[in-house]
Design a protein around this ligand. Structure first.
Ligand code: MN
Length: 134
């Protein structure tokens, strides 16, 4: 599978670097945004294949950013995966309602993270990822 361009939206700079490092170590091209407004601008311009969206962001939260991405014809096709530190009942449902196609709880498991992302990418490409199901 070709290595995707992934936009990471995260206002915690330590988390932003951690997630970036893990994905870059697996050959992904990483773009970064620490606010929703920057995320919208970068997504429109750079056309990443996937956006990893922190839900807790200052000003505009990640759910609102996701809704705006999904409303804009330049970015509506981009898959968005929610990242949240407060895994509470209803969070995943709210993320899906906003347009997220997946959900990952923080802190991330650095050993499994790249595999989880590869699975999401395969799914969004409509690729079974080599898994054979009878
Ligand atoms: Mn945050």
């Amino acid at each position: 599978m070709s290595k995707a361009k992934i936009l990471i939206v995260e206002d915690n700079l330590m988390n932003l670097e951690l997630v970036s490092d893990v994905l870059e170590a697996h050959g992904y091209e990483v773009l970064q945004a620490d606010t929703g407004r920057k995320a919208l601008e970068i997504a429109g311009r750079e056309q990443p294949e996937l956006v990893l969206m922190d839900i807790q962001l200052p000003e505009m939260d990640g759910l609102e950013v996701t809704r705006l991405l999904k409303e804009d014809e330049r970015t509506s096709h981009i898959s968005v995966i929610a990242l949240t530190a407060h895994a509470m009942r209803g969070d995943e449902e709210r993320a899906r309602e906003a347009g997220c196609s997946g959900y990952i709880a923080k802190p991330i498991n650095t050993r499994e993270f790249a595999g989880v992302i590869a699975d999401f990418l395969a799914e969004s490409r409509g690729d079974p990822g080599g898994k054979v199901e009878e």
